[in-house]
Design a protein around this ligand. Structure first.
Ligand code: 48F
Length: 259
């Protein structure tokens, strides 16, 4: 019996890995913006691979604020909560709250159920660049990185890569550190995130969601960070709208219908 279990697990996992060595889209980071984007793209039959360095997808959405696990969403995002079956309560002033656990688990479930391949414990450490375009990522086990083990990574190719790594903007960071590139951002360079301003940050994270270098898109807090915009704290409407916008832009770039 034990060997049958081992055989079933390794067969299923290596099948998933092999199928996703090459995808339409690689999303790095399974926070709210990356998960929403993955759910939307996978629903449109875009082959989508999601790498998350931690064991559990969800990023900063589980913890609400200071571990008070409720999140705040604005009225204009309610249609996405309805779409993904997340319940909410009005708190007045066009603000709503949702249970962080329900919201996070719903996004994870729909991303996986719609067909995105989610790989956890795997960390993006470099990008593939060919003909002045990002065309994949280089990844390794997060424990290998954390233990500083001298082990080479594997490479994964895609038409498009999305940096959804949140505050550190890791994909854009490694691209600009290792390559002499100019980004499609004011001044052509990556900026640093600015201090908390919920209103400005929410607007900026949607506005700057898009392609920053051929083949490389940013969403969520990474879009705020690289554009030098403000952080916004525990309000999540912008993250969901950003993931939704990223999915629309990416699907169109791939020539897929997007309602
Ligand atoms: O930070 P995160 O939740 O990204 P997001 O979608 O949402 C931001 C909010 O949670 C919050 C906020 C909103 O009010 O400010 O911070 O922009 O999730 C990012 C995910 O990326 C993973 C990380 O573990 C987290 O789950 N990640 C970061 N670097 C890597 C990575 C990497 N190099 N490889 C793989 N995953």
């Amino acid at each position: 019996m034990e060997l049958l279990i081992s055989s079933a697990i390794t067969e299923a996992w290596f099948h998933k890995l092999h199928k996703h060595l090459d995808s339409d889209v690689i999303i790095v980071g399974a926070g709210p913006s990356g998960l929403l984007c993955a759910a939307e793209l996978a629903a449109r039959n875009v082959s989508t691979t999601l790498f998350e360095s931690k064991l559990a997808p969800g990023g900063g959405m589980w913890g609400g604020a200071m571990l008070f696990n409720s999140i705040v969403i604005q009225a204009e995002t309610i249609h996405l909560l309805d779409k993904y079956g997340i319940r909410y309560q009005s708190q007045g002033n066009d603000l709503f709250t949702a249970d962080a656990t329900e919201a996070t688990s719903a996004l994870i479930y729909h991303a996986a159920h719609n067909g995105a391949a989610i790989f956890t414990g795997i960390c993006m450490e470099d990008v593939l660049v060919r003909n002045d375009s990002v065309c994949g990522v280089v990844a390794n086990w997060n424990p290998v990185k954390r233990l500083d083990m001298h082990v080479d990574p594997l490479s994964f190719s895609s038409r498009i890569v999305l940096d959804a790594t949140g505050h550190p903007s890791e994909v854009v960071k490694v691209l600009t550190l290792k390559n002499d590139v100019r980004l499609r951002l004011p001044d052509g360079v990556m900026k640093s995130e600015r201090s908390m301003n919920a209103e400005a940050g929410e607007k900026a994270c949607v506005e700057y969601t898009g392609e920053v270098f051929p083949g490389l898109y940013v969403s969520g807090m990474a879009a705020c960070g690289v554009s030098g915009s403000n952080r916004m704290g525990p309000i999540f409407g912008g993250m969901l709208l950003s993931g939704y916008k990223a999915a629309g832009l990416i699907a169109r770039a791939l020539g897929k219908d997007y309602a």
